[in-house]
Design a protein around this ligand. Structure first.
Ligand code: FES
Length: 316
């Protein structure tokens, strides 16, 4: 109680505090010529915006690492330089000394001070509305351009590329270098990776067309009911794209008549329609129906009768 009595006795405690006016030298910008400084900062912001736009344009056109780095680095440099210059040359430099009572002020005084500070702050920034607009534009452009890597990294739309292949009725089987495969090319126990003729250079050749051809016997093989004519002269062709996660099923083991996927060791029974017998693969490898034409070339009777590859491709 003694303390509060002492506070009440302080002279001038409840008198209103003076508020600095705009003419206060401490609130004046550091720059001798604020208009000139404003113009220079505007130029820096514009250069920054052009740099960011340049980065976005190069990235959108396919990208070139050095150019992208130069444009983005330059853009951010000029925007940052402009911000620093704005703070240094156009904002009040102080030092700020606030007159205040030794103890906390009464509530009305504090509210008056808070609103005065807010209003003054707004006015100080409002005076540089043009620079604020430019800065906002720079940030906006940067935000938009920053989404380019994300958008372009998504790559082209897959369309129905994962549902179909380039295999068609009558497609001749060829090796990677385009050489047609004849019925005499493989010994029993041999295997070969084949593609539809005319498509060895396409991206889809590796993605979905790749097919493993094995010769499992000297005479025709029926792997499933309804596939009586699909395996002429012991030749069987299966999609090479694993139905688990899409790895190439590369190894034909003649003794067990199985195909092995090296990624997670799924095994497929060659003589049973490539049904999975071990590992995580959930379904058989699709079989390509074959026939031998009048000249002895191996050809596809029809396209694959189902999408190749992992199950999630079908649901895309
Ligand atoms: S991708 Fe073939 S077993 Fe996993």
């Amino acid at each position: 109680m003694e303390g509060s009595a002492a506070v009440e006795d302080r002279p001038g405690e409840h008198e209103a505090l003076p508020i600095a006016s705009f003419d206060d030298p401490h609130l004046q910008p550091y720059a001798r010529d604020p208009k000139r400084a404003e113009r220079l900062i505007a130029v820096l912001f514009v250069l920054g915006i052009l740099g960011v736009i340049g980065y976005g344009a190069v990235f959108w056109q396919g990208g070139q690492t050095q150019l992208e780095g130069g444009f983005l680095g330059g853009g951010l440099f000029f925007i940052g330089f402009g911000l620093s210059a704005w703070g240094k040359y156009l904002l009040p430099q102080g030092p700020f000394v606030e007159s205040r009572h030794p103890m906390s002020s009464p509530e009305p005084d504090r509210e008056a001070m808070a609103s005065a500070v807010v209003d003054r702050g707004k006015m100080v920034f409002r005076r540089r509305g043009f620079l604020g607009t430019l800065l906002g534009a720079g940030m906006g452009v940067f935000g938009i351009v920053a989404t380019f890597p994300l958008i372009r990294s998504l790559g082209p739309k897959p369309g129905n590329a994962l549902d179909t292949t380039n295999w068609k009725k009558g497609s001749r089987l060829v090796t990677m270098d385009g050489r047609p495969v004849s019925v005499h090319d493989l010994e029993v126990g041999g295997s070969l990776t084949v593609f539809p003729e005319g498509y060895t250079d396409s991206i889809r050749a590796e993605a979905t067309d790749q097919t493993i051809l094995v010769r499992a016997a000297a005479s025709s093989i029926v792997t499933q009911p309804g596939r009586e004519t699909w395996g002429p002269a012991g030749y069987l062709a299966y999609s090479k794209v694993c139905t688990h996660a899409g790895c190439p099923v590369g190894l034909y083991m003649e003794q067990t008549q199985q195909l092995l996927c090296p990624c997670h060791q799924s095994l497929f029974d060659v003589l049973d329609g490539a049904a999975p017998v071990f590992g995580p693969a959930p379904r058989p490898l699709p079989q390509l129906p074959l026939y031998v034409d009048a000249h002895g070339w191996l050809r596809a009777q029809a396209p694959y009768d189902q999408p190749v590859g992992p199950g999630f491709w079908e649901r895309s």
